[in-house]
Design a protein around this ligand. Structure first.
Ligand code: HEC
Ligand code: HEC
Ligand code: HEC
Ligand code: HEC
Ligand code: HEC
Ligand code: HEC
Length: 490
């Protein structure tokens, strides 16, 4: 009677009492534990991260399923064995037996160690997905252009996630979805080259840039010296020193005025761009702090603007390359000559260096080879030519990424107006109010900066405020935009 009782009470529910099923159970418990831990970490961390979503919502549940199947398979196997060999019994733990005690202690200790590793492991994977290394390197070269240019930017110490993801619950889900899609896109090789900008789901600048940069801070005038070398045989130097009137917008911190005051703190500026890259802007609306609204329209535009979205201007409309600066060959070569890395006494080195850089190469190896061959043919084998070749090759590998078709051409830089329209997308003198009062005239060169010195040698020592711009090439026609002739290459 008592035998029968134990028989029935053990056989039916105890299919699961075997070591395989118990291991499955442990895996299940561990993955639930990891899920809860990751979920809590992600919810309370100051910046959330889409890839943690993959760990939390894909990998942890995946292990849960594996655990579950192990659990069930253990039971099935055991049942089959039990029906074949009648003598077999489910695990019966009898704590009075030393063997059973050892087995049980071993099993519990093993499970605890496993749980501990799961916890530590989840925590580390969590941090790993937040790291620059993960964002920049995990995708095998897809992010190489961004990673390399980022390392040469003023933000090289700011983690990718700080700008691209940031904090806040609303963006949490959105970035999670897009992050998961991106991983899929990389695995399926379904990503565009070059990666298009503006980045559609970048968070608003107020929530990223303004976490570190205080927009009301008064910047004052920023002095910039631009060192150029002309394309003549002597590679003649030409420099321009100017004060950029960045200014500020809060009277408790300095005089109010300048580029930042107008664009950000005091005023609200909205615009419509008719192209994806936001380079063509036929309509602008400004609302000043008193609520007075003014609309400017490009006098030539005939587009029906109602089908385009209105965007509010923020930091990113001027500073759109804070972290990924693909230097133009022109700027990179000017810098290299001014630092002495390219010997200025090599005739036409400026032109020749730019011209080897702008060639189309299929990959990095072809570029390295092509640059060396062309320059060796032009100048012969000399130590200073060798240095020049190394310098140009370095410029190429830092700024050109043939695999991803990423280089300065693919990414307009909106901060100035020489190689791209930049500020002149709106400040071109063609945007007028209905009563035809202009916004800033393009030839009002002192609205944004004041030239304090220009030219070469002795000329640069004559400092004076508000000099008229002397274009180094005589036959320059102010009716054209700078970017009609200048494009950063040749
Ligand atoms: C200082 C803020 C900042 C940091 C740090 C940063 N980015 Fe960006 N990133 C931007 C901005 C701004 C854009 C351009 C947005 C636009 O034009 O719409 C951008 C663009 C991109 C693009 C689109 C293609 C391109 O080259 O413009 C990718 C991909 C990218 N970032 C990846 C990364 C990776 C990977 C890291 C870390 C290694 C990183 N970013 C760090 C601000 C940042
Ligand atoms: C996590 C903090 C952080 C975030 C977020 C951040 N920055 Fe910065 N930014 C810095 C630091 C640090 C510097 C370097 C300051 C220095 O060296 O003078 C800097 C420098 C700059 C500079 C001056 C660069 C130069 O050429 O000298 C600009 C412009 C700038 N940031 C714009 C931005 C924009 C636009 C964004 C948003 C996309 C942004 N920053 C987001 C920390 C940040
Ligand atoms: C009609 C075409 C044209 C226009 C418009 C034009 N430039 Fe130039 N620019 C040239 C040429 C040609 C050179 C001489 C290149 C050389 O010898 O290196 C030059 C040289 C320069 C240089 C010296 C070094 C160099 O090659 O970059 C600067 C700086 C410059 N221009 C700035 C400007 C600015 C700023 C504007 C707009 C206000 C402008 N240019 C408009 C054609 C033009
Ligand atoms: C209308 C265009 C415009 C907008 C919008 C704008 N800036 Fe600037 N900012 C500039 C220019 C031009 C400079 C001068 C330096 C340069 O040319 O790189 C500058 C300089 C800076 C500097 C560097 C100051 C220094 O001491 O070198 C920082 C930091 C900066 N801006 C942050 C921001 C932030 C943050 C926002 C958004 C709240 C913003 N800017 C919006 C045009 C703009
Ligand atoms: C989306 C269009 C747009 C872009 C791009 C733009 N601005 Fe403006 N900006 C405006 C409007 C609109 C005004 C107000 C004009 C007015 O009040 O007459 C303005 C005013 C200004 C003023 C104040 C001028 C004054 O009358 O005192 C400065 C300085 C300025 N912008 C600098 C810049 C700089 C520098 C850039 C490029 C880095 C730039 N802006 C890019 C639309 C733009
Ligand atoms: C709407 C504001 C604005 C107006 C108007 C303006 N500039 Fe500029 N300019 C800038 C800014 C901003 C930069 C700085 C770009 C940078 O930091 O790289 C700049 C840079 C320059 C440079 C250095 C070029 C470079 O990028 O290598 C020259 C030269 C120049 N401006 C000449 C002129 C002349 C000439 C005019 C009148 C036809 C003019 N600017 C009108 C905003 C303006």
């Amino acid at each position: 009677m008592s035998d029968n009782l134990t028989e029935t009470s053990t056989t039916r529910p105890s299919f699961f009492r075997n070591w395989i099923s118990l291991s499955g159970l442990t895996i299940m418990v561990a993955s639930i534990f990891a899920f809860v831990l990751l979920f809590v970490l992600d919810t309370f961390s100051h910046s959330s991260n889409p890839y943690v979503g993959i760990l939390t919502y894909l990998i942890a549940p995946g292990f849960l399923m594996i655990g579950f199947f192990t659990f069930v398979i253990g039971a099935i196997l055991w049942r089959r064995k039990a029906t074949q060999t009648t003598g077999s019994t489910p695990i019966r733990i009898d704590l009075s037996k030393p063997r059973d005690r050892r087995l049980l202690i071993g099993f519990i200790a093993g499970s605890l160690v496993f749980l501990l590793f799961t916890a530590v492991g989840s925590y580390h994977s969590y941090h790993y997905t937040e790291s620059v290394q993960f964002c920049g390197e995990a995708c095998h070269g897809v992010m190489k252009p961004e990673m390399v240019t980022y390392q040469h930017s003023p933000h090289a110490r700011v983690a990718c996630a700080e700008c691209h993801i940031g904090k806040g619950a609303g963006w949490y889900v959105r970035s999670k979805l897009s992050g998961t899609y991106q991983v899929y896109a990389v695995l399926a090789k379904k990503f565009p080259t070059p990666i298009p900008t503006p980045v559609k789901n970048l968070r608003p600048a107020q929530e990223t840039c303004e976490e570190c940069h205080w927009p009301k801070k008064f910047v004052g005038n920023v002095e910039r010296t631009f060192n150029y070398f002309l394309t003549d045989k002597e590679n003649s130097p030409y420099s321009i020193r100017m004060l950029l009137k960045v200014g500020g917008g809060d009277s408790t911190h300095g005089p109010v005025g300048g580029i930042h005051w107008h664009m950000n703190v005091g005023n609200k500026i909205e615009y419509i761009a008719v192209d994806d890259a936001r380079q063509s802007i036929p309509w602008v609306r400004m609302t000043d702090p008193q609520g007075v609204v003014r609309e400017f329209r490009d006098s030539k535009t005939t587009n029906d603007l109602s089908r385009f979205a209105v965007r509010r201007m923020d930091c990113m409309d001027c500073h759109n390359r804070p972290a990924h600066r693909y230097q133009s060959p022109e700027n990179a070569v000017n810098l290299a000559i001014s630092l002495g890395k390219l010997d200025r006494t090599l005739p036409y080195i400026k032109t020749n260096a730019i011209s080897v850089l702008v060639q189309k190469y299929n990959d990095d190896a072809a570029a390295t080879q092509g640059i060396a061959t062309t320059l060796l043919n032009k100048y012969g084998d000399e130590p200073r030519v060798r240095t020049a070749i190394e310098t140009v090759q370095k410029i190429y590998s830092d700024n050109f990424f043939p695999d991803m078709k990423a280089n300065w051409r693919a990414y307009p830089d909106n901060i100035g107006h020489k190689d791209w329209l930049g500020c002149f997308r709106c400040h071109d003198g063609k945007h007028v109010t209905s009563d035809r009062t202009l916004s800033i005239k393009a030839n009002d060169c002192d609205a944004c900066h004041t030239i304090i010195a220009q030219g070469k040698g002795k000329e640069l020592e004559q400092l004076s405020l508000g000099q008229k711009f002397k274009h180094p090439e005589e036959d320059y026609d102010p009716a054209y935009m700078c970017s009609d002739c200048h494009n950063g290459g040749l």
